[in-house]
Design a protein around this ligand. Structure first.
Ligand code: ZN
Length: 548
């Protein structure tokens, strides 16, 4: 491979990461960034070579040989790739979404890492932000995945074993089955997919659509929103094929693949001072040893989105790269502080209102019903509703004693020295694409009953095999507060503000739905996600690998 400006920059960036994170993470962490950035660069070169030059204002649609008739492709089932906001909304009435995502294993290090950025914040409606977590099997604690889901986060599919090549169907389906069986999440609630290494194929998209997923978010929007040829489309359905990644993924675009009603959520790149030639996607804080440089890239790109057509802004993380206390590694303090400074700036500035930190699942809900920012509270997906559920092993902190710790006695087995806890019965073997739902071990002589399709996680009692609440009549405590001109202000609270500007909203520490593990002395006293942290931390030990 010929050295290029981008690859040279990446080499420098990775050297900085090596200092911050140690050798193993260097190899794991830099590789996909290099891969994607080279893809991005290739796309730029392709465009300057002519393919993109005919693209007109309004999108990169012609570069993708994309066409879509908005008169026939209508919400909620169909939406054309478009740089303009959906529903004919004026950009000034559109919320500026910050989509926060995390990938790979779910366990203490990664949950605590995410909590550093979200647990203390409130969106303009007083609700703690939720996020999308693309979960893969290895080194994941399924009890913590249950917690993520019960807390309203978007738990999504990232394959079982995180292979680099585009996933097999068994990798995608198997992960879904394991998340259902061992994290107790209803199939219908797992709606999203992101490819490991962002390496997806047309066949993957077709399989996801055929098996009832709502969206994929593996593609890249790699041209700045200020460029008339931008490919920063709002999410769109594939009724008329893909309009992103046309030069880097085989057999897509030109109207293919046609997958009616299946959504693509592009990942929106962040740009440095070089503009289109300096695109950064996941973990941009790994791309420079100087955190203040990354902060300026993020602020400038965010400002372009906010002042333009308000396409979502992405914060795409591998939480392990921002984790504290990982054995043998220096805490990435500068990067952690930088990201919190960025989020504070973006969500609390008086100059910018209606900035929300959301999950891709929330983005999907809004795309299908794009109300003005002043009416965002009318969408259930944006409310903070707490299920009134009791002590039934359903993801709440008081159920820690009902968890089983799934440990294999076999050295080398992935369950050996594993952080794997579940409320749904430990499997006799490690789940695999061939056997994603192995029989239960029955450690405590009481087989747990897996969740059925007609109940939701917070209400499912896997011990007594009963649903404590069916239908919509069950009690929820709603702590959502008003937004809009007659409500409180339209900005969010920052990382140091655990309360809200409205007296009607509970503080984070008084909200039992959001307060797990407060007695464990962990990094946050009021945590969105952190429940049995102390229990699990003791078990994690060295059983931790990092995937991208
Ligand atoms: Zn990954």
């Amino acid at each position: 491979m010929k050295p290029t400006i981008v690859s040279s920059l990446l080499a420098l960036a990775c050297a900085g990461v090596a200092t911050a994170h140690g050798g193993d993470l260097l190899n794991q962490g830099c590789r996909p960034i290099a891969k994607r950035s080279l893809d991005l660069q290739r796309r730029q070169l392709t465009q300057s070579g002519g393919e993109g030059q005919t693209v007109t204002a309004g999108g990169g649609a012609s570069a993708a040989r994309y066409s879509c008739d908005p008169n026939t492709c209508k919400l909620p089932k169909c939406h054309c790739a478009d740089t303009n906001p959906p529903g004919g909304l004026d950009p000034k009435d559109v919320p500026q979404f910050i989509v926060f995502t995390a990938d790979d294993a779910v366990q203490d290090y990664t949950i605590n890492s995410v909590n550093q950025f979200l647990a203390q914040r409130k969106n303009p409606n007083g609700c703690t932000p939720v996020m999308s977590y693309y979960v893969s099997l290895n080194y994941t604690n399924y009890a913590q995945v249950t917690e993520l889901y019960v807390n309203g986060n978007d738990v999504a599919d990232h394959t079982m074993t995180h292979q680099e090549q585009p996933a097999t169907n068994a990798e995608i389906d198997g992960n879904l089955i394991t998340l259902n069986a061992l994290a107790g999440i209803p199939y219908k609630s797992i709606i999203g997919y992101r490819a490991p290494f962002l390496n997806y194929s047309r066949a993957n998209l077709e399989h996801l659509a055929n098996t009832g997923f709502t969206y994929d978010s593996s593609s890249t929007a790699s041209v700045p929103v200020t460029d008339p040829n931008t490919d920063a489309f709002w999410p769109y359905t594939l009724d008329n094929g893909m309009a992103n990644d046309c030069s880097s993924v085989a057999d897509i675009c030109g109207g293919q693949p046609k997958l009616p009603g299946f959504w693509e959520i592009p990942m929106y790149a962040i740009f440095d001072q070089r503009g289109a030639a300096g695109a950064h996607l996941m973990d941009p804080w790994l791309d420079s040893s100087n955190a203040s440089d990354v902060l300026s890239w993020m602020k400038n790109t965010f400002t372009d989105h906010y002042n333009g057509k308000r396409q979502p802004f992405g914060v795409y993380t591998h939480p392990i790269h921002l984790a504290k206390g990982y054995p043998g590694l220096t805490d990435p303090v500068d990067q952690i502080n930088m990201l919190n400074e960025f989020l504070d700036w973006a969500t609390t500035s008086a100059d910018m209102q209606n900035v929300w930190i959301i999950s891709n699942k929330q983005l999907m809900a809004w795309m299908q019903n794009p109300v003005p920012a002043s009416q965002l509270n009318t969408l259930d997906a944006f409310k903070c509703q707490k299920p009134n559920a009791g002590h039934i092993c359903n993801g709440f902190q008081e159920n820690n004693d009902l968890l089983e710790h799934c440990i294999s006695n076999t050295a080398g087995d992935a369950l050996n020295n594993s952080p794997f806890y579940t409320c749904y019965g430990c499997p006799v073997t490690t789940p695999s694409p061939q056997q994603p739902n192995p029989p239960q071990k029955n450690n405590d002589k009481s087989v747990r009953t897996r969740i059925p399709a007609n109940c939701d996680t917070a209400f499912w009692d896997p011990i007594n095999a009963r649903c404590t609440c069916n239908g919509s009549g069950c009690a929820f405590d709603d702590s959502t507060r008003p937004i809009g001109p007659n409500g409180s202000n339209l900005t969010s609270s920052g990382s140091s503000n655990t309360g809200s500007s409205s007296g009607s909203s509970p503080s984070a520490s008084s909200d039992p739905y959001r307060t797990f593990g407060s007695g464990a002395g962990r990094t946050t006293s009021s945590s969105v996600f952190g429940w049995a942290a102390s229990v699990v931390a003791a078990a994690v030990g060295g059983a931790m690998m990092v995937f991208i």
